[in-house]
Design a protein around this ligand. Structure first.
Ligand code: NAD
Ligand code: ZN
Length: 247
């Protein structure tokens, strides 16, 4: 077994307080395109141009069409070995928090519980006028764009768009989780979207051990204690089964 994987396993086995940050990469093996991969593009739009308040103001139908495309893909997807490994890890630890940038809900389906959804959830819609928010699992949507059940104004996906601010109470929860952990695991995130991008740095600055798992090198890889190149669905089962004896 790769030496870095062995080292990561030993660290995780020794330190029972772990906070995890996941990005689109952990769901890639479930067939959900990442933003920066080739297949993340839809009709030649970049997510940075379409997942914005301005784009919604200009053309809500276009933005909803994009979400409709994503909802179809995500509805068909199932959690993969990486998601399940984190569920097993949580069972073995006394203090575990999972911060995710993903809006696909696959961690919940896998069975993880202590989840902070940094960017919201694709299966919730929120009224642009009165703020009424509800679960909506319709694929395809009955109304496109959907309207608020309370006041009939146009509703939007309950996600955080580029250029929007994450509610402070959610950031606070993340900081508390980082502060109280011994190890931070950073999985499948390109580390270019703030504030998630800075979370590994905050962990390092406060003396935590940081382990990254990513298919590619990221701008922060050099800063972390261990950076493992590979698919999270293959690496996580190896480093999270801390009670199993691998030789
Ligand atoms: P990103 O697309 O910018 O980066 C994905 C990262 O995952 C890349 O660094 C890539 O090298 C890595 N990766 C790809 N396949 C992997 C695998 N099998 N194992 C490990 N790593 C792998 O995504 P991001 O950093 O999460 O940030 C972009 C924003 O887009 C976030 O808000 C994110 O949640 C959102 N997004 C969410 C979903 C989803 O909910 N599934 C999908 C696409 C984008
Ligand atoms: Zn309303």
């Amino acid at each position: 077994m790769d030496e870095k994987i062995v080292d990561a396993r030993k660290l995780i086995a020794d330190m029972p307080n772990i906070t995890v940050l996941t990005g689109a990469g952990i769901s890639a093996e479930s067939g959900i395109p990442t933003f920066r991969g080739e297949d993340g593009l839809w009709k030649n739009f970049r997510p940075e141009d379409i997942a914005t308040p301005q784009a919604f103001l200009n053309d809500p139908r276009l933005v909803w069409d994009w979400y409709e495309w994503r909802r179809k893909i995500i509805r068909e997807a199932k959690p993969n070995a990486g998601h399940f490994a984190l569920v097993e890890l949580q069972k073995q630890l006394s203090n575990f928090t999972l911060i995710t940038q993903n809006i696909d809900g696959l961690h919940q389906i896998a069975g993880s519980t202590s989840i902070i959804e940094l960017h919201g959830n694709l299966w919730q819609v929120r009224c642009t006028k009165c703020g009424f928010t509800e679960q909506n699992y319709e694929v395809p949507l009955r109304e496109l764009p959907p309207n608020c059940r309370q006041c009939k104004s146009i509703a939007r996906p309950n996600v955080v768009w580029f250029g929007e601010i994450i509610p402070m109470c959610i950031i606070d929860k993340c900081l508390i989780a980082i502060e109280s952990c011994q190890i931070m695991l950073i999985i499948g995130t390109s580390g270019v979207v703030e504030p998630a991008a800075s979370m590994g740095l905050i962990a390092k600055q406060t003396g935590k051990t940081v382990i990254e798992i990513n298919l590619d090198v990221t701008p922060s890889s050099g800063m972390y204690d261990i950076s493992i190149r590979g698919k999270s669905g293959e690496i996580l089962p190896l480093i999270c089964q801390i009670n199993k004896d691998y030789n």
